[in-house]
Design a protein around this ligand. Sequence first.
Ligand SMILES: *Cc1c(COP(=O)(O)O)cnc(C)c1O
Length: 387
Amino acid sequence: MIKTEKLVMIPGPTPVVRSIQDQMGRPTVAFGDAGFVADFKQLVLDLNEMWGAEQSFVIAGSGTLGMDMALSNTTKAGDNILVCTNGAFGDRFKKMCLRKGLNLDILAADHWGTSVTAEMVEKKLAEKKYAAVTVTHVETSTGVVAPIAEIGKVLAKHPETIYIVDAVAAAAGVRSNLAEMNIDVLLTCSQKAFGVAPGLTILFASKAAFERRKALGELIPEAYADFEEWIPIMKDPSKYWGTPAVNMIWALKESVRIIKEEGLEERYDRHIRIAKLFDDALEAIGFKVAAEKGFRAPTLSVYLYPESEHVDDAKFRSLVGAEGAQVAGCLGAYAGIGFRMGHMGNIDKHVMIGAVAAVERACIKLGMTVQPGAALAVMQAGLAKED
Ligand SMILES: *Cc1c(COP(=O)(O)O)cnc(C)c1O
């Protein structure tokens, strides 16, 4: 057989469609080029509107820069901060907060596979005043989605507290809106549900976030991450602060065009439907979805190996890769006992079938008791109902 092309089915990067690749392959122009400036400006306006934000930022960087920016612009050393965590990515905020000299309280999900709830946040906020609260929308280590809208209702009763949402593995795949959900800073990046290659930090901020930034004084310790430096550029991209990632910005603009063509709401609904299809297909061949019912993310899943099969994790994932789909290993409590699969962004029926087929073939090659086509049958039945 000739070598099978590998689909990128990890929780980011996600498959990049041809029209987005084409934007990355365009001849690069000067960042002051009139056509580019107009494209950048329109992209920022579209993002503001689509996410109900006072201002969006598109900056060269990864999701981690967004986390840093969120904290840097809304808190100062000595402030109280509440970090809500449902797993390894929620935990990433901890060390960042300690670096910045924040007084850190942790609110953790009862156990991996579930989420911190709005009631839990409400109780914490009644006990103590916090400068900011962080929530991870989709926890990439567990495949759990947090109730960000319900938590937003609690935060609405605490206007002194800035509400930060890490929506890296969610935005453009799971519903989020700053104005509707009382969110002050929502951060993401290009390589997850936007379906663009890695390289861009995308951050949305509210008026209250800007007021907080102003209250921190003229100079915060960070330069590249400072809202105040970037706001004039995002309003008028002909100005200069740091060179914009010209081709990546075009790529993101194409991604936003695709999202608008599909419709944001339809895109969110589609992610819910396809997550259910992946989960049902994998369950049909003995895998267990790690996230509990009611907490399952539309963008990625953790699939635990059938206990009776004693699967060699590294061998399994390498076989799935060889069969045509790159999947990711698990972290923390799930390390070694399952794998992570992204199912977000611009994935079509070919990709979905190809990914499930690769998992099935790997199972068969490993000698697991899997009926050829059992998972595919479930996926096919579901996809046949889709237009
Ligand atoms: C991927 C991810 C990040 C980190 O993003 P990078 O682009 O790798 O810096 C942060 N938070 C969540 C929830 C993620 O899934």
